[in-house]
Every structure is written in C-alpha cells, then in structure tokens.
Design a protein around this ligand. Structure first.
Ligand code: ATP
Length: 322
C-alpha cells in the first residue's frame, strides 16, 4: 500500500547537519505527494504523540543551522516491547505509514523494532563520531572535525609562544576517527586512539625529546575520549619530559555550529534517498555512504557489520610526525 504520510525524528546525540537532513526529507516527500509529520524528542515524541505537520516553508533555511529543530532525546520506554507497540499504534492512529529516523546505531535498533511492528522505517546516520559500521560517512563528522581543528590551530599559536605542550581531548565515544582526522589535519605530535595500544613512552615522550633536539619548542597531543582523561596524560607528559603542559577538553563545542558544505550535501542526499526508499515501499533500511554513492542496506545486516579501521590514515598520521 502506498504511503501518504511519513514521520521524521532525530534521536540519540545531536550532530550538525541533522537539520539539513530534515529539510531534505520534508521537501522530497512533499515533492513526491506525501504529507510530513515532525516528531519531537526522538522516540519520546512518537510514544507521547508530540507531533506537528511540517510543510515546505517550515524548513526554510534550516540547513544553515546546527542542532536539530525537532529536538533529540533518549527514550528508555521505547526499548521495551510495550513502548514499541504504543508507538506503532500511534503511527497507525495518525495515518503515519513510514518513519525516517535520524541518529546512530541505537536509533536504528529502534527503527528495526518499529519495522517489525508493521511501520515502514528508514534510518539516516548522523553522529560526529563517524563510528557507524555500515557507512563510510555519518552526518556531522566533517563539521565537528573543522570545529575542533579551528580550536587546535588557535592553541598551537599560544603553545608556540610559551613553548608548551597542548593536550587536547576530542570526542569520538569509543572511536578514534575524529581524533585521527583532526590530528592529521593539525599536524599533531601524537594522536592517541582507542583502536591502538597506547605507549606513552614511544608515541609521546620520545617524540617530544627528539623534537627538543631539533629545536621544536611546542607540541600538540590529541587524545580521543575513548583513551582516557587528558589530565592524566598531561600529568604523565610533564613528569616524563618536564615540558609545561596545558589541557583542553573540547567537549560539546564539537557538536554545534553551522554545518559544512560536506555535511549539508551528505544530509540532503541521504534525506532524499530515505524518502525514495519509503516511496518505493521499502522498510527496515538504513541509508549509507559507500564509495562516492548513497546506498541503502537492511538495518539488521547493517547493525551486524563491524567498524572498519582506517589503517592507511593511521599510517599516514605516524609518518608525518617528527
Ligand atoms: P549516538 O550514539 O550518536 O548518541 P544513538 O542513536 O546510537 O546515537 P542511543 O542513545 O543509543 O543513540 O539510541 C537512541 C534511542 O534509540 C534510545 O534512546 C532509544 O529510544 C532507541 N533505542 C536504542 N536502542 C534500542 C533498542 N535496542 N531497541 C529499541 N530502541 C532502542
């Protein structure tokens, strides 16, 4: 049966570019003759019927803004059978035949459950961590990299003046993807990521000592949050090398800001693909970036995939330091 009305929600941690994805879903669905319902605060809004109609004008210009106009939240009730049933019943009552769920792996697990309850679902990957195994790219990653990079470049100026070492903790959950990108882009002395064993002596102290012989007077050490606390690493660096260290935890600043062109374009392509899936009567799909294309995969298969570590980027990051 053709779908006349779809719902769109954002769930889990926010990411710059979610708004651009919402806009693409709304505009492409309306162009295909469908009505679009915005659902507030992720699966909470579905369970509580906290919804409103989104017309083409209601998403004017939102592609330039970070965050999500639909708000995002975690919803414990949706992890229960009763919660999913309630959400599916509300969809049926409101005539919503399909849901586009924008978020991470948890959000896709929710979409899988909803699909099993008879509501068509499509997921769109959005997380600054870029740690979703089924897709090479997640909305928000590029903006977060650039935001972090801008701060690190500023830190380098002051570290150079005072001949210090800056230990910068970046987000990434259990993934080192963000740390590797900003580490390579900023020319960091060391990049510590959870995917590789951390050897402070070899990867940090020795490099700093070597640098000192070559008259390098300042250092940037990038620590992925999955490795541990930047404070502990800074203390160890000071004890081992005597270099004055300063810690910066970039934190949630990395989650905000106007999305980059890359994120806006990825979000727009993914949003349109999600609507195409629903219009074609597909369910239980997740939109993914694969090579230079946007494809869709079965959610269950997607969730079973293992994250691929970017060995080549890691190798490069090790080759370009002192
Ligand atoms: P990120 O990790 O980037 O914050 P995410 O989508 O993985 O994004 P989660 O908090 O894991 O974030 O999940 C978001 C929401 O998805 C949860 O609050 C819950 O409503 C729903 N969800 C998560 N796991 C499940 C599950 N196993 N079954 C049903 N719903 C789930």
């Amino acid at each position: 049966m053709a779908i006349n009305t779809i719902g769109v929600l954002t769930s889990g941690g926010d990411a710059p570019g979610m708004n651009a994805a919402i806009r693409a879903v709304v505009r492409s669905a309306i162009a295909s003759g469908m009505q679009v319902i915005g659902i507030r605060r992720g699966y909470n809004g579905l369970i509580n019927g906290d919804t409103f109609e989104l017309d083409a004008r209601s998403v004017d210009g939102i592609q330039t803004r970070g965050g999500t106009m639909l708000y995002t939240a975690r919803c414990m009730e949706f992890k229960t059978e009763a919660g999913v049933k309630k959400a599916a019943d509300i969809c049926r009552y409101m005539g919503i035949g399909g849901i586009v769920a924008i978020g991470g792996d948890g959000t896709f697990r929710g979409a899988l459950d909803l699909s099993r309850s008879g509501i068509c679902t499509v997921g769109i990957p959005a997380t600054i961590d870029n740690d979703i195994a089924c897709t090479r790219y997640s909305i928000g990653f590029d903006t977060a990299c650039n935001t972090a990079l801008e701060s690190i470049d500023r830190l380098r100026d002051t570290m150079q003046s005072h001949e210090r070492c800056s230990v910068v903790e970046v987000m990434g959950n259990k993934s080192g993807a963000l740390a590797m990108y900003v580490g390579v882009a900023s020319g960091a002395t060391s990049i510590l990521i959870p995917e590789k064993p951390v050897d402070l002596e070899k990867d940090v102290f020795e490099r700093m000592r070597r640098g000192r012989i070559q008259h390098r007077n300042h250092h940037i050490v990038i620590v992925a949050e999955g490795v541990g606390h930047a404070d502990d690493i800074a203390k160890a660096i000071h004890e081992a090398t005597g270099v004055d260290t300063r810690v910066t935890v970039l934190g949630h600043v990395q989650r905000g800001g106007s999305p980059t062109a890359r994120d806006r374009v990825a979000a727009t392509r993914m949003g349109c693909r999600a609507v195409e899936c629903l219009a074609a009567g597909l369910t239980n799909r997740v939109v993914c970036a694969h090579n230079d294309e946007i494809i869709d995969r079965d959610i269950e298969e997607a969730l079973a995939m293992q994250p691929e570590f970017h060995e080549e980027l890691y190798r490069v990051s090790q080759m370009t330091v002192l």
